[in-house]
Write a protein that binds this ligand. Structure first.
Ligand code: PLP
Length: 390
């Protein structure tokens, strides 16, 4: 089946649910078992890594429906749902390391992931080395005997560097390390991680999968070999999601393809327009031919979502930036992205990057292009540039 068919049908079984189209929302903690024998049988199945409904935290039919759907759509072995994208990342990073191990993480990584590596992973005795996102196969030189994970994120969600994931995966696998990817930007529809050498694919489902800015959700899909450590660690840490948030993820998933198409179209249209603005030094959108990672994007990706950044020319101080951003009518100022609405945020990568210094010249402004009419978005942006004064 093609992807668009899978996102409609995966994880659903109306015949098993009175003909109801969507999986029911099961509110549950206790799940009664018919007999002691059956309870033991389920316990054994669980120990083998099978999905069982034994207790709300271990898995309920609503979470299993979303996990089955994601695994099928992304083309992995199995998926586990988490209460947030960050819970998914933290658990995945923990699942494959122990004291004395080493991980390699791209310098363009989502900032809270960096905080986890520098915080709890370090306290566990795991060392992190940040690497240049453009390193490609050169990652081989940084891999140590104790390197267990090479962590990639492409494009980076602030600075939008593209990474040569097949080349990185080849070097990592040759040295016995696994490749873990934050695939939130592209979603399972626009990047197929398991065809490019990724072993563990992570999504902040909060973004495009939920798609309506109304729930937190994380999802991790793995290959068959990588599954057991992930599942066991998630369960040791008591990770689970309530059925209402899982349901919002399932509902969002069904329209992911049509929403993304529009995010991509509107995003590219606005990005091209921004390229022509005199206030803008450069637009960081891998779908633009002028982007340094455009060739990789064309080779490995099937589309672009609606998130990208611009770098302003120098000479705009914080007050000017605040005038521009605070006065927007359609671009809400806030963390997150992937909902139907447009958002803006300003970031300072020069303050947190360690392996590859970030140079402006001006401030970095990140936009999420929503489903509004691009004419109205352009007008809002134009008025913002007028307030900036250049
Ligand atoms: C938002 C985000 C996350 C974290 O997801 P939450 O659900 O907010 O915890 C992880 N990675 C990227 C790239 C993100 O943008």
């Amino acid at each position: 089946m093609k992807q668009d068919t899978k996102i409609v049908s995966a994880g659903r079984d109306p015949e098993a649910n009175l003909g109801i189209v969507n999986p029911p929302v099961y509110h549950t903690s206790t799940i009664l078992q018919p007999s002691l024998g059956e309870m033991r049988r389920k316990g054994e199945a669980r120990a083998r890594g099978e999905s069982v409904t034994m207790y709300g935290r271990i898995g309920h039919p609503t979470s299993l429906a979303l996990e089955d759907a994601m695994a099928e759509i992304e083309g992995g072995y199995r998926c586990f749902a988490f209460p947030s994208g960050l819970a998914a990342i933290a658990t995945a990073l923990t699942a494959y390391v122990g004291s004395g191990d080493h991980v390699l993480v791209t310098d363009s990584v989502y900032r809270p992931t960096r905080s986890y590596c520098d915080g709890l992973l370090k306290r566990m005795g795991v060392e992190t080395t940040y690497y240049d996102p453009l390193i490609g196969g050169g990652i081989a030189d940084l891999i140590q005997e104790n390197t267990k994970i090479v962590y990639v994120e492409a494009p980076g969600s602030q600075t939008f560097e593209m990474q040569d994931i097949p080349a990185i995966a080849e070097a990592a696998h040759a040295a016995g390390a696994i490749v873990m990817m934050d695939n939130t930007w592209a979603t399972p529809l626009y990047f197929r991680p398991f065809e490019k050498g990724v072993d563990v694919s992570i999504h902040a489902g909060t973004k495009y999968i939920v798609g309506h800015s109304d729930a937190m959700l994380g999802l991790v899909t793995t290959t068959e070999t990588a599954w057991n450590p992930l599942r066991a660690t998630a369960q040791m840490l008591g990770q689970c999601v309530g059925p209402d948030d899982v349901y919002l993820g399932l509902r969002g998933l069904r329209t992911l393809s049509v929403r993304l198409e529009r995010h991509m179209k509107n995003g590219l249209e606005i990005a091209r327009w921004l390229e022509e603005r005199p206030e803008v030094d450069r637009v960081l959108h891998p779908g633009l031919p002028g982007h340094p990672g455009h060739d990789i994007w064309k080779r490995d990706f099937l589309g672009a979502s609606g998130l990208f950044s611009i770098v302003l020319k120098e000479g705009h101080d914080d007050d000017a930036l605040a005038r521009m951003i605070d006065g927007y009518e359609l671009f809400g100022l806030g963390a997150s992205w992937g909902g139907y609405e447009s958002l803006v945020i300003s970031q300072k990568p020069e303050q947190y990057r360690t392996a590859t210094p970030w140079r402006g010249p001006g401030p970095l402004v990140r936009y999420h292009i929503g489903l509004e009419d691009p004419d109205d978005l352009r007008e809002d942006l134009s008025k913002g540039f007028a307030r900036l004064g250049s």
